[in-house]
Write a protein that binds this ligand. Structure first.
Ligand SMILES: Nc1ncnc2c1ncn2[C@@H]1O[C@H](COP(=O)(O)OP(=O)(O)O)[C@@H](O)[C@H]1O
Ligand SMILES: Cc1cn([C@H]2C[C@H](O)[C@@H](COP(=O)(O)O)O2)c(=O)[nH]c1=O
Length: 218
């Protein structure tokens, strides 16, 4: 039976990498899929992962209808076995309903990938509807880490390294940015609540370099 699956996690936990791996594995077995995304950092109609993988994708816009898109392809004699949908947090709730119709009425697997909550810890509309409708919600096993070493569970928005809590829900961006740019940092809940980022905590990046070391004798 076809499934609607939501692979979720924080930013930078490997969602786009997994999306591209899943496409590769299904395609390698002769299945035909469509990759779709919305507002990828790398630009329109592209899916990109920080590991360097990248592929062309269908760009989902406000008026895009997933069910109509797939029906048109099938009516034109095309074959569709699965959909890979990245940045699904940006989809409208109605678009997630369309994805459920694709699964139930057209018997096509739909694999979606996205972050659940925004920089204010509120669910994105697309993620909320996916949690409500998905057959399965899978939390990615690769743990993104807070600066303190705990598992990162929340996404913070930063300006110059300082966490901000005002602003539009959608601001496309990355985790490693220049000092004065809007960026993101993944944090554990404790540090998200206290608005403590790596910059404002005074912590160095977690690496062996921060461990005690013996001074070299001259
Ligand atoms: N230089 C690197 N070497 C090994 N793994 C890396 C490197 N850069 C990024 N990664 C891995 O890629 C993950 C981010 O993958 P990506 O698919 O872009 O995440 P997401 O889509 O969830 O934001 C990181 O959590 C890390 O595991
Ligand atoms: C927390 C948060 C994130 N975003 C944006 C920033 C990125 O462009 C994407 C997440 O991409 P990733 O592949 O999971 O790293 O979402 C946003 O617009 N608003 C937010 O609150």
């Amino acid at each position: 039976m076809a499934e609607l699956v939501f692979f979720s996690g924080t930013m930078d936990c490997g969602k786009s990498t997994l999306a591209l791996q899943m496409d590769h594995n299904h395609a390698a077995r002769g299945r035909q899929g469509i990759i779709l995304t919305r507002n990828d950092r790398a630009g329109a109609a592209t899916i990109s992962s920080r590991l360097g993988l990248r592929a062309n994708a269908v760009e989902v816009t406000d008026d895009f209808d997933f069910h109509t898109h797939v029906v048109h392809l099938l009516s034109a004699g095309g074959r569709v076995d699965y959909l890979i949908c990245d940045e699904a947090q940006f989809f409208a709730a109605e678009q997630v309903d369309q994805l459920a119709r694709v699964v139930d009425e057209l018997e096509i697997d739909v694999y979606t990938f996205g972050i659940t909550t925004d920089f204010r810890t509120r669910l994105f509309p697309g993620s909320q509807r996916l949690i409500e409708l998905a057959d399965r919600v899978e939390v990615l096993q690769v743990e993104a880490l807070c600066w303190c070493g705990a598992r990162a569970t929340h996404n913070a928005r930063t300006v110059g390294g300082v966490m901000v809590v005002e602003g539009a829900q959608v601001v496309v961006g990355d985790i490693s940015v220049n000092e004065d740019e809007v960026g993101y940092e993944v944090l554990c809940r404790r540090h998200h609540r206290r608005r403590l980022t790596s910059a404002t905590s005074g912590a160095s990046v977690l690496s062996p370099d921060v461990l005690p070391f013996e001074e070299q004798q001259a």
